[in-house]
Design a protein around this ligand. Structure first.
Ligand code: SAH
Ligand code: SF4
Length: 352
């Protein structure tokens, strides 16, 4: 079966012409339905039943089924556990900022990068997501909440640049006028720092925001928490970032999860400031979400403020990321881990 949601409009026109001998207007009709977020061919009411049957024998429509939904009582942040056509599950989060709805989507089932503070990283890697499955997360959330999403962050489960081709195709699709039509300026991509892919992304010349999960001011600390640092060290990563910012003219956003006693001292702040000095960038401090089994705790508010002050002295702007949905916990990967725990608990109860 072919994945019909992963085509762009021109590919679908070609595909329908070659496979089914259909005129371009049919492809355009079907594409309009897909872009509107339908989950089945039966919903395409201006297409004959025969053709709908025919299509459903050749193509499948990627869907993201809601397995679980948590709504924060504080700020209405919504967290979904979605399952795809094959049953694999990922998480997405919808946040309501003043400038509209933002969705945080996943790009892989699991992740290979193994960061020590991250629930997804601890759970291992299953597979890459297809462009259609990234789009399906947006469609499902929009339909369920009856809203139009205006911003996307690729900050859910998975490392986007480790699924490069599918992510690039998704970005082109989602920003296209024939499709969901969310402009690149409303999209952020977060990476743990795959340097070769950062140079490649630079060549695409997208107007998106590149977010770098830095989380440490030196190689010693970073290699301890983020294994990727052994492949590409901080110096190589920051050289790529400077290059990226210069070529694209886009400000880089550095993510820094503050972990008590690990990376939050005054010395760490100074070291970080010296390394980022002069770069077109912004630092987002995130009090680390404690993940079961890691023993990490978030830094105190005083530590956060001291850190910001020191960075400021070197001319680097930093803010503490507003944590939304703190009650529905929390960073991506945790809901899935919990549901899997429940399932295995249930299974073991069934057995005994
Ligand atoms: N793989 C990509 C994108 C997904 S992770 C990346 O690492 O950038 C999205 C963000 O959540 C990253 O900045 C990641 O470092 C951060 N993160 C992961 N676990 C966290 C935790 N326990 N507390 C705070 N931030 C966390
Ligand atoms: Fe993967 Fe990002 Fe988690 Fe690291 S922080 S394990 S790169 S999802």
């Amino acid at each position: 079966m072919k994945d019909i949601r992963s085509y762009d409009i021109n590919e679908l026109i070609e595909e329908f012409k070659n496979e089914l001998g259909l005129p371009a207007f049919r492809a355009k009709q079907v594409y309009k339905w897909l872009s509107a977020g339908v989950d089945s061919f039966d919903e395409m009411t201006n297409i004959s039943k025969d053709l709908r049957n025919n299509l459903s024998n050749i193509y499948y429509i990627s869907v993201a089924n809601i397995e679980k939904k948590l709504v924060s009582v504080y700020d209405k942040t919504v967290k979904y556990l979605f399952s795809f056509n094959d049953g694999d599950m990922i998480e997405s989060v919808v946040m309501n900022y003043h400038h509209g709805y933002t969705i945080c989507i996943s790009t892989q089932v699991g992740c290979k990068m193994g960061c020590s503070f991250c629930a997804t990283g601890q759970s291992g890697f299953l597979r890459d997501l297809k462009p259609s499955e990234m789009l399906a997360q947006i469609h499902s959330a929009q339909k369920d909440l009856g809203i139009r999403i205006s911003n996307i962050v690729l900050m859910g489960m998975g490392e986007p640049l480790d699924n490069y081709d599918n992510v690039i195709k998704f970005l082109k699709l989602v920003s296209s006028e024939d499709n969901i039509n969310i402009g690149m300026r409303h999209i952020s991509l977060s990476t743990c720092g795959l340097v070769d892919k950062i140079y490649k992304l630079e060549e695409e010349n997208f107007q998106l925001t590149l977010s770098i999960s830095l989380h440490a001011p030196n190689d010693e600390i970073r290699s301890r928490t983020m294994p990727v640092n052994k492949r590409y060290n901080i110096s190589e990563l920051l050289t790529a970032c400077r290059h990226y910012a210069k070529t694209t003219g886009r400000r880089i956003s550095f993510e820094y999860a503050m972990i008590e006693g690990v990376n939050d001292s005054d010395e760490c702040a100074k070291e970080l400031a010296k390394k980022l000095k002069g770069m077109l960038c912004h630092v987002n401090l995130i009090p680390v979400n404690s993940v079961k089994g890691t023993g990490y705790k978030k830094s105190s508010v005083e530590r956060q403020q001291a850190f910001i002050k020191i960075l400021g002295r070197y001319g680097i702007t930093a803010t503490v990321r507003r944590t939304l949905g703190s009650d529905i916990n929390a960073s991506c990967g945790q809901l899935k881990a919990r549901v899997e725990e429940e399932i295995s608990l249930k299974k073991s109860k069934d057995i005994h």
